[in-house]
Ligand binder design. Structure first.
Ligand code: FAD
Length: 403
């Protein structure tokens, strides 16, 4: 990726800045403050009316979602890494809501672009990009996590529609989602991986119930989803019948790349540095402690490596190149880095890490991040599974011995 500045880049920067001045006023900023993060790793996803309005204008100008064709609601602009970097910098500078991060924009949209019908692309993508429809991912089940192909949620074709019955678990944001993309078993007699189909399920359909699961930090980010004879139109199947595994693998590939690239934003390191400045260790500011400084610098180097790796993956994606091992390492690297950052935050606040919420240093951001980081290691495929994938599929090492 070539990020050197060209003469026309400064003019483009002024253009974006002017656009933001016109469409994102000081009033907008003041009256629509982003929610205060409760953990270091949370992406700030704004979906309020002002954010949707700005996103609509910015897409029309070709500033956001440039990789998505205009006919599906994207910016539809030619790939230009320098322009994309300028847009990101200017939106951040203006504290303006930019592209959303999550299952919809990062997993479903690339999957639909790759495998969806024209009708599905027209119907769904635009709302995902604006944030007017929110999506969750229904893959995992109580007996099918790492071994996803063991899933048992059943779909039967009756009168031109699927009837779905089963039980999904760990479904992030299910309680606030409008739709779920899910993997279900449609061909029970076929070999495990060939018996699945990929469905788009309306979360308001009769027969769906959602039960939030409370995590160790008291929040309930994910839920169990029960499906009891839920009717799903045939037109909501992505890819051919029985080909759901291949479709989901394309989605998982996107998820793992996005997890690595976007989970660890440079601001998270800034957060840990701020914590080190504000905390005391052996009577002195923690930022002056040589061990803390050493760990901060080591993590900063890994942050840079992660950012440049994300640029590399973007470049490969836009050139339609298969990322191979480079894509496989992104989730493992990003999630272990997120964990190390949270662990350092805990070590900085030391005994303060045992306190909670308003009683704790920095509102408990360190213990909350630390507890969340374990989930990041497991979500989208555990770290051990990632290691197996890299070893066996990426590097061609022999499969692990089975008893
Ligand atoms: C924060 C979070 C968000 C999530 N969001 C979603 C979501 O939105 N949608 C969704 O469908 N799912 C979601 N999940 C579920 C996630 O995909 C599963 O938790 C994950 O795939 C592991 O499955 P499991 O929990 O059943 O653990 P298991 O598969 O039972 O694994 C238990 C342990 O055994 C190890 N293990 C298992 N098999 C092997 C092997 N072959 N080799 C080496 N080690 C192995 C694992 O690494 C792990 O340490 C989420 C999970 C978390 C934590």
């Amino acid at each position: 990726m070539d990020l050197r500045s060209r003469p026309e880049d400064e003019a483009f920067r002024l253009e974006v800045r002017g656009f933001l001045r016109q469409h994102w006023s000081d009033d907008d900023r003041r009256h629509n403050p982003p929610p205060r993060p409760t953990w270091l790793l949370a992406p700030v996803n704004r979906r309020d009316a002002a954010a949707v309005r700005l996103r609509t204008e910015a897409i029309a100008r070709g500033y956001l979602y440039r990789h998505v064709p205009q006919r599906y609601g994207g910016g539809g602009a030619p790939w230009d890494p320098a322009k994309e970097a300028i847009i990101a910098e200017e939106f951040e500078r203006a504290e303006a809501p930019a592209e959303l991060i999550g299952n919809g924009p990062n997993v479903l949209v690339p999957t639909l672009l790759e495998c969806g019908t024209e009708e599905q692309k027209q119907r769904f993508i635009r709302h995902v990009l604006l944030g007017t429809e929110y999506w969750c991912q229904g893959y995992s089940e109580p007996e099918a996590g790492s071994d996803l192909a063991a899933l048992r949620t059943r779909a039967v074709l009756e009168d031109g529609a699927w009837t779905v019955t089963g039980h999904k678990i760990w479904t992030s944001m299910a309680d606030v989602s409008d739709w779920m993309f899910a993997l279900v078993r449609t061909e029970p007699a076929a070999p495990r991986h060939k018996g699945l189909s990929y469905l788009l399920i309306d979360m308001t359909a009769p027969g769906i119930s959602v039960r939030p699961l409370v995590q160790m930090n008291g929040e309930h980010e994910f839920s169990e989803v029960f499906l009891d004879n839920v009717r799903v139109p045939l037109a909501n199947m992505v890819g051919p019948r029985g080909a759901g595994w291949a479709v989901s693998m394309s989605a998982l590939k996107h998820e793992r790349q996005f997890a690595g690239a976007t989970l660890v934003h440079p601001r998270m390191l800034d957060g840990v540095v701020a914590l080190a400045r504000a905390s005391r260790r052996r009577g002195r500011p923690a930022i002056e402690d040589p061990v803390i400084r050493d760990r901060l610098v080591a993590l900063q180097a890994r942050m840079y490596a992660n950012s440049y790796h994300a640029y590399r993956l973007t470049t490969m994606g836009r050139r339609a190149e298969e990322p191979g091992v480079a894509g496989m390492v992104a989730k493992l690297y990003g999630s272990t880095l997120a964990y190390e950052l949270a662990k350092l935050a805990m070590d900085i606040v030391a005994d303060g890490g045992m306190l909670w919420a308003e009683c704790a240093p920095a509102g408990g951001i360190a213990p909350n991040s630390y507890m969340q980081a374990f989930g990041v290691l497991a979500g989208g495929g555990t770290a051990n599974i990632q290691r197996n994938v890299i070893a066996e599929r990426g590097l061609g090492l022999p499969r692990r011995p089975t008893r």
